[in-house]
Write a protein that binds this ligand. Structure first.
Ligand code: NI
Length: 254
């Protein structure tokens, strides 16, 4: 199993990271993409990844990091990417959930990272919240040059098909296991498994039966169980295909 979106470097794991990693290994979660979202967490993700070989770090700047200094932040991010082996740019994207005051900076920070992904031939990990149309419009400008994943996808089925046309996969985490996730479940049922990835986004968004508690990468198993149920396929088959998808997208060493 692969958790393609983990923040195991978070302070929530300060006390028991080793135990969390042991649980991953015991559950057969053998690859974890450690997703950075700020200068500080990019560094943390990279440092942890050098200690354990199941981790694959990424580097990005989350839209909540967007300020008037975006230009300098992009330059610093590029320096980091040049000097550290990372497997993706992101998470990056647009988030209008907490207001639109920094919408211009968010979009510039996002486009700057798309250009980095193109320049260094890396996939993008996209965070999109309450900003589907703008995210789509920006990505569309780069169609044919980019690839990546819509992380914790929560948009519509129609838009899901559009993002796939742009070269993106859809990643599902804990929310797919929630009873009320009707659109998400419909998407998984109706989209070819070759476009689907599995993730946790831990420490957030724990799947059932851990909903509301701290999430961790080993719980990606619960996401796979639900996808297998929705697809009416065996767990092993879903595991095999989603693993292959992640290995291919992020170019993971096996
Ligand atoms: Ni995340």
């Amino acid at each position: 199993m692969i958790d393609t979106h983990s923040h195991l470097f978070d302070d929530a794991f300060k006390e028991d990271l080793e135990a969390c990693i042991t649980r991953c290994i015991n559950e057969n979660v053998n690859k974890i993409v450690l997703v950075g979202f700020s200068h500080e967490t990019n560094q943390k993700a990279f440092e942890i990844a050098t200690k354990y070989n199941l981790f694959y770090p990424t580097a990005g700047l989350h839209p909540s990091e967007a300020t008037k200094d975006y230009q300098k932040d992009l330059e610093d991010l590029e320096v980091f990417v040049q000097s550290h082996k990372v497997y993706a740019i992101g998470e990056c994207g647009l988030d209008y959930h907490y207001g639109k005051e920094n919408i211009v900076e968010q979009q510039l920070l996002f486009e700057g990272q798309i250009n980095l992904a193109i320049k260094y031939n890396l996939p993008l990990i996209i965070h999109m919240r309450d900003a589907t149309l703008d995210t789509f419009k920006i990505l569309k400008k780069y169609q044919g040059k980019i690839r990546g994943v819509m992380h914790c996808y929560s948009g519509s089925y129609e838009m899901a098909k559009e993002f796939i046309k742009l070269g993106f996969m859809l990643s599902f985490g804990g929310p797919i296991t929630f009873k009320n996730a009707k659109e998400n479940k419909y998407i998984v049922e109706n989209i070819d498994l070759k476009y689907i990835l599995t993730e946790t986004d831990c420490p957030y968004l724990a799947p059932m039966p851990y909903r509301g508690k701290r999430n961790e990468s080993s719980y990606v198993k619960n996401v796979l169980i639900e996808i297998a149920r929705l697809k009416q396929m065996s767990f092993e088959e879903v595991e095999k295909i989603t693993e292959a998808n992640a290995i291919k997208l992020f170019n993971l060493e096996v």
